[in-house]
Design a protein around this ligand. Sequence first.
Ligand code: ADP
Length: 385
Amino acid sequence: MKLFGNKNGPAPEAPAVTENAVLNALRGVIDPDLHRDIVELGFIKDLNIHEGTVGFTVELTTPACPVKEKLKSQAHDLVAVIPGVTQVDVHMTAQVRQSMDPWSQRAPVPGVRNIVAVASGKGGVGKSTVAVNLAVALARQGARVGLMDADIYGPSIPMMMGAQDAHVMGDAEGHIMPLEAHGVKMVSIGFILGENAPVVWRGPMVGKAVTQLVRECVWGELDYLIIDLPPGTGDAQLSLAQSVPVSGGVIVTTPQDIALLDATRGLSMFREVKVPVLGIIENMSYFACPHCGEKTNIFSHGGGREAAERMKVPFLGEIPLDVDVRIGGDTGMPIVAAKPGSPQAVAFMELASKVAAAASIAAMDLHVQSEGFIPLNTLVGPRAK
Ligand code: ADP
């Protein structure tokens, strides 16, 4: 093919750009969490080529992807150097994949793609604080999020979300309408129990009530439903994790040895009910002095990471002990919404991205285990038998 003309000859002829050449170039972009290239993963949509102009969409598995911009520029640059390409238009979007119950024992909740259970071995480690900030952080990153307070022993989420005076409403068919705060749809077992209801429930009753609440709530379409489990790893938690189709569990711990021991129990609990563990979060990890910035390890430090390594589960991050985090909880204004640029809020945002990535990986792993690898874009919606 003649590429270059001379002064008197024909105009330079640009080589034709083919779909194959573009896809081959895009195979050079690897998703850092899923460890596969974005073509194999089925992320490339709406590829169109018009002379030298190439346009395509990259559809990620979560809007909470921290490397979205990096992937975009990699994709752009790899295509831009293909001979004949004069312009590249990359559009980034996300479609959260439906996770599946590999044992098909728990029917999916219609419209809800992933259910993430937040657990802790004991109370007071900040499980609800993490659940609330995780939910609001995911919503702020563009995901559709629900939050379910299943902590019968002390439902604190309505207060932490600034909705303690709200009353649960039903629609004409008797379904429960979730409240909405900070961009998150929310329902609490406390709305049904009342604030001072004595909790004499046994495990199976908790499981039943929470399942009912999850299934009868009008969630609409949700990418993530975060469930704040009751603290502990006993009967109530087990039966709950068994009755709701949980796609993954996260365990919140503080760095003390005793809390870490409880975290190990949390891990065994999830394993017993065959729920993949997305990872461990260390809360109250250290205290950063607001005046000089010096870090003090009040409850020692790093135990969460070590425990995660020992138990071979991902370590999802550290949240500092911080007065603004506590104030956010007390005033119904979670820190990720109240002070989005603060280091504590950033820590929660990073945590949310890691949880979203871990949920994508879990969805893919389950699929790989059951059927061999199939591009993720075939996983949207219920799996065809
Ligand atoms: P749990 O759900 O594990 O019982 P909570 O989330 O209710 O724990 O937290 C217990 C108390 O600790 C609350 O007053 C909360 O505001 C506070 N808290 C939780 N995490 C932090 C943190 N990182 N820094 C400061 N206070 C925190």
